[in-house]
Design a protein around this ligand. Structure first.
Ligand code: MN3
Length: 203
């Protein structure tokens, strides 16, 4: 198999009370495992098996028609969740420092203004999708949302922070209150990892 489900970098209950253990068990063990399996099945026996998943998404328009939708949905799901687990931490919250903090202030005016933009963008994604902080080719930051499992790599951007706004990410604990999930989610954001992602994307 080309791709394997990455282990969570913390216990299922580590993000309580902001993200509940049952949601983490199902989200990681069932949903992310499902995307991983279906991506592997879709690309089995093709040249795409030997490529990093992020690169497959960057070249999604070159993936053959008969498997493109499966690769888009499940490759996106595989890559998006792989990032998602790492940008959360039981030691998260607070604010970034260093170069990332400066870039956020330059781009959005202030850290609070960034959070407001990010939360409202993610919160207003219609139906299932993701909210993103990405780096473009010129090293500039952008916030936007994508539907379904579409990935910023499909636009040639590098995601450095993402939040899953599919109902499976919050419904057990928050039911229909996506806004409450998003406002609590800031308490688990792993800014050290986001800063490392920013440094790598701009190096
Ligand atoms: Mn999900």
């Amino acid at each position: 198999m080309a791709f394997t489900l990455p282990d969570l970098p913390y216990d299922h209950d580590a993000l309580e009370p902001y993200v509940d253990a049952r949601t983490m068990q199902i989200h990681h063990g069932k949903h992310h495992q499902g995307y991983t399996n279906k991506l592997n099945n879709a690309i089995e026996g093709t040249k795409w098996e030997r490529m990093p998943a992020e690169d497959i998404l960057s070249h999604i328009d070159e993936v053959p028609n008969d498997i493109r939708t499966a690769v888009r949905n499940n490759g996106g799901g595989y890559v998006n969740h792989k990032l998602f687990w790492t940008v959360m931490s039981p030691d998260g919250g607070g604010a970034p420092s260093g170069a990332l903090a400066e870039a956020i202030e330059d781009t959005f005016g202030s850290f609070d203004a960034f959070k407001e933009t990010f939360s409202s963008t993610a919160g207003s994604q219609f139906g299932s999708g993701w909210g993103w902080l990405v780096v473009d080719d010129d090293g500039n930051l952008h916030v936007y949302s994508t539907p379904n499992q579409d990935s910023p790599y499909m636009k040639g951007h590098t995601p450095i922070l993402g939040v899953d706004v599919w109902e499976h990410a919050y419904y057990l604990h928050y039911q229909n209150k996506r806004g409450d999930y998003l406002s609590n989610w800031w308490n688990v954001v792993n800014w050290d990892q986001v800063a490392a992602n920013y440094a790598e994307a701009t190096s």
